[in-house]
Design a protein around this ligand. Structure first.
Ligand SMILES: NC(=O)c1ccc[n+]([C@@H]2O[C@H](COP(=O)([O-])OP(=O)(O)OC[C@H]3O[C@@H](n4cnc5c(N)ncnc54)[C@H](OP(=O)(O)O)[C@@H]3O)[C@@H](O)[C@H]2O)c1
Length: 271
């Protein structure tokens, strides 16, 4: 007789980049909330240890999908799971990395790999989830951007731009999902203690004032609090919400102002 395990009431949350940092805490908190979890990253040993721990502590199902999301085959493996497994109810698009170097000193291979992970994988998986969740009338997508995506910041020319993409892409995705039962949350962490700073190199975390660096636990707890409060955009470190609203109002006005058949007066040719 085959014994079927009851499906978790919340379904399965896929967490990319679950082997450390923010993703690892997401996996922990979602398992605690009663989700089954599918942990995605490249380091299988870590994923298996985390999965075993979550199963033990929270009596949920924790599975592992070892995938390099900077290559198409890795992204396809996760997209297929989203399309084929009706239990999948949440996607945390968290995997990402940074390199703290000026462009001229950034190794050639790092650039396409960063764009592939931070931009292409996140976009492809968002689409897979949007399609699957729209078809079944429910689901949540969380895209992890960054405060670093709002203005040029020295030393992160490619990373900052990938996160600017995550911001604009996710805001557009939210427009597209309006009127469906698919929820899309944009998470904008500030500076968060994680191994990501070691990956980025340069010992930058140690040089930041303690007062501006958040723990991964506080970041994820605030993110889930924002999700519970139906927030579209959650910026855990941002105390003055007006700054974000003013930014968006300014960019909406700029968008309007950008389109006109006539060149602006300052470009009028003096003959
Ligand atoms: N820490 C911060 O201050 C901060 C601030 C704003 C935004 N963020 C964003 O938060 C997210 C998580 O970063 P974190 O700070 O938690 O860094 P982290 O501890 O380095 O975690 C990054 C995760 O992504 C996974 N990953 C990296 N490359 C991958 C690949 N090619 N394929 C699949 N998985 C890959 C890593 O696992 P494997 O190495 O095992 O593959 C790891 O699980 C990123 O999107 C980052 O940009 C971080």
């Amino acid at each position: 007789m085959s014994v079927t395990r009851p499906t978790a009431p919340f379904g399965t949350a896929i967490v990319t980049g679950a082997s450390s940092g923010i993703g690892k805490v997401y996996a922990d908190r979602l398992a605690q909330r009663g989700y089954d979890v599918l942990l995605v990253a490249r380091r299988e040993d870590r994923l298996r240890a985390i999965a075993a721990d979550l199963q033990e502590r929270f009596a949920i199902q924790a599975d592992v999908l070892v995938a390099d999301l900077s290559i198409a085959a890795g992204v396809a493996a996760v997209a297929d799971r989203i399309a084929d497994d009706p239990a999948v109810s949440m996607l945390i698009n968290n995997a990402g990395f940074s390199a703290l170097r000026p462009l001229a000193e950034t190794p050639d291979e790092v650039i396409p790999r960063m764009i592939a992970l931070n931009v292409t994988a996140l976009t492809t998986l968002s689409k897979a989830a949007l399609v699957a969740f729209t078809a079944k009338g429910a689901g949540t997508i969380v895209n992890v951007g960054s405060g670093a995506g709002f203005a040029p910041y020295p030393g992160i020319p490619v990373y900052g731009a990938t996160k600017a993409y995550v911001y604009l892409f996710t805001r557009s995705l939210q427009n597209e999902a309006e009127g469906t039962h698919v929820r899309v949350q944009l998470l904008l962490p500030g500076a968060v203690v994680s191994e990501g700073w070691d990956v980025a190199g340069g010992g930058a975390l140690e040089r930041l004032p303690e007062a501006i660096v958040m723990t991964t636990e506080d970041c994820v707890d605030a993110a889930l609090n924002g999700l519970d409060r139906q927030e579209a955009v959650t910026a855990p470190s941002l105390h003055d919400e007006a700054l974000f609203h003013d930014y968006e109002a300014g960019s909406a006005a700029l968008l309007q102002g950008m389109f006109d058949a006539k060149p602006a007066d300052r470009y009028r040719l003096i003959r």
